[in-house]
Write a protein that binds this ligand. Structure first.
Ligand SMILES: *Cc1c(COP(=O)(O)O)cnc(C)c1O
Length: 492
């Protein structure tokens, strides 16, 4: 399998090259040159595997410079950090309604599904290419990626990781998870601004010649742990296919039946992985894109206009407080018939005017539906599911649940539906409690109260945060991210 850039399809890269580079030199994102086909024989074997084997098998279709055995070692190591036997169980809520719980990993959010795998892929890719440079992993986070990257890369040989988060834009638990991070190769800094400012600043560093040269003289090459990196997306394809296998094995659907997936969305990475699974032949009826009040994607899918010139809202689902949805570029590439010239044109419009217009016929009427939920909807969904189904969900998952509710009221679609559940409710305890009518702003008191109200156990990694020392106190202006990067590397 070869990879090309969304902005230039003439040059091909191996999987290892794509993973190490993270983002293409032309500013585009790496995409596979074709989609492997999930035929009946392959499906049959997947049905009999556990999650680690399924993930290794699916990764081996895309990362063909790794062997299946190498990938199985990687998935076994990665998912050994998860609670329980199954890293991502499918839980039945009602007839034909399921939750795919992706948050049983070390940092309690779905980012662990890929960020426990990515460090192994980066180390492996360097070995494959015979490189011994050190890798500097730069991360912009809206809250969850940062902690998952810090955990994943902590003390991994030959890597340094630097995380930038919006200093006032993450929850208290998310902030504490990051600023208390231990490890000899980890650095964390707040940015004055929102996630989009952080992401834009980090993207600039990737393309800054002076910084690239200075890092090279210090023995480093940069890579990304954001979902722009192919090594982040590839492991996410696996859980869509695996969830389908679980539904077949559990007798909930017959092999070949279609299902819907509802995905709470910010940077468009998670739902894009679902789209790739669909392109491989997974029987999908609808992929329902769920946004919070930052509903730039809802508008795009319904009108064809992508316009980031709008108010940025801080919501109770901070990991989705995003207007610049990076991975949309990969979908635009597919929807334009893999036309790199179109992508170049649209993204230069976007860089200039903060908006572009795309032919709606090419994205509508297909597999995608899009909706959004405001804060009241989110609170209502948490409360209702707890009341009726005794199921506790976090604020991000609740965005999806609310959007699905609207969708099923407006359509008579009774296709079995999987809501992709992206965070442990304890991670956003004050907001979840608020939805249940209990007001507790203190993050730690909220953990204890949520435990009492729901009779669920608070994950230990969150409960013990209170005892940890805050180690990382740097806060910088977004204009100074490049200087901060050099500073961290020189003074490590
Ligand atoms: C990152 C995140 C999302 C959004 O995922 P994208 O891949 O950016 O669309 C949703 N929910 C939670 C809890 C997250 O951490």
């Amino acid at each position: 399998m070869k990879y090309v850039s969304t902005r230039n399809t003439s040059r091909e890269y191996s999987a290892s090259e794509a993973i190490l580079k993270g983002i293409s030199d032309d500013g585009g994102l790496f995409v596979p040159s074709s989609f492997p086909n999930l035929d009946g024989v392959l499906f049959d074997s997947l049905l009999r595997m556990d999650y680690q084997e399924r993930a290794a098998k699916i990764l081996s279709l895309y990362l063909d410079d790794f062997t299946f055995e190498e990938l199985l070692d990687i998935t076994n190591a990665a998912y050994s950090h998860f609670e329980g036997d199954d890293p991502c169980p499918v839980v039945k809520i009602e007839d034909s309604l399921y939750m795919l719980e992706l948050w049983h990993g070390p940092t309690c959010a779905f980012k662990d599904m890929a960020l426990t795998v990515l460090p192994h892929l980066i180390v492996g890719a360097k070995r494959k290419l015979g490189l011994n440079e050190k890798t500097l992993v730069l991360v912009a986070t809206s809250g969850d990626t940062g902690k998952a990257a810090l955990e994943g890369f902590k003390d991994v040989d030959g890597t340094e990781v630097i995380v930038f988060y919006p200093s006032k834009g993450v929850s208290e638990v998310q902030r504490l998870q990051m600023v208390t991070q231990e490890g000899g190769n980890v650095h964390v800094a707040g940015i004055r601004g929102n996630f989009d400012d952080a992401q834009t600043a980090v993207k600039k560093v990737f393309n800054d010649r002076d910084i690239i040269d200075e890092l090279a003289s210090l023995g480093y090459k940069m890579s990304s742990a954001n979902s722009i990196n192919w090594g982040r997306l590839a492991p996410q394809i696996a859980y869509y296919i695996s969830a389908y296998c679980d539904l077949v094995n559990g007798g909930e659907i017959a092999f070949g039946d279609k299902v819907n997936f509802v995905v709470p969305t910010g940077n468009f990475g998670n739902v894009l992985a679902g789209y790739y699974a669909y392109r491989m032949g997974l029987p999908v009826n609808k992929l329902i894109i769920a946004s919070n009040s930052n509903n730039v994607l809802t508008d795009f899918f319904n009108t064809g206009v992508y316009d980031i010139n709008r108010i940025f809202y801080k919501t109770s689902s901070p990991s989705m407080d995003i207007l610049v949805s990076s991975n949309l570029e990969r979908l635009v590439f597919e929807a334009s018939g893999r036309d790199d010239a179109t992508v170049r044109k649209l993204y230069s419009d976007c860089a200039r005017e903060g908006k572009f217009t795309f032919d709606t016929d090419k994205i509508r009427g297909g597999v995608f539906e899009a909706g959004w939920a405001d804060e009241d909807d989110v609170m209502g969904a948490i409360d209702t599911f707890f009341d009726l189904d005794d199921y506790v969900m976090d604020t991000h998952t609740a965005v999806a649940a609310s959007v699905y509710n609207d969708y099923s009221c407006e359509t008579d679609d009774d296709t079995p539906t999987v809501i992709v559940s992206t965070a442990n409710p304890f991670k956003f305890a004050p907001s979840v409690l608020n939805a249940l009518g209990i007001h507790e702003k203190n993050a730690f008191k909220a953990l204890a109260k949520l435990q009492t109200v729901t009779a669920l156990d608070c994950p230990e990694s969150l409960a013990t945060l209170i005892d940890k020392e805050e180690i990382h106190s740097t806060v910088v202006d977004s204009a100074l991210v490049g200087a901060a990067v050099i500073n961290f590397v020189k003074n490590k």
